[in-house]
Design a protein around this ligand. Sequence first.
Ligand SMILES: [Zn+2]
Length: 69
Amino acid sequence: MATDVETRYCPICGQPVAEGTYNRFGEWYCSEAHAEQYVTEVRSQKQRQLVNSDTGSGSRQGRHRGGCC
Ligand SMILES: [Zn+2]
């Protein structure tokens, strides 16, 4: 039993990754293409969160004004 060897899985396709050749942000990927795909997805997610937080604060202000007497 090799307890010190952790099995990593590609977050894109779920395949077990034995070598950390394509290591990005502490995640292991089966290929450079999937590493790039993950980075692109994380970037678009962060941009979406920024947009959501912008509209969220805007509607919260509007609600506060409307709910207050
Ligand atoms: Zn993969």
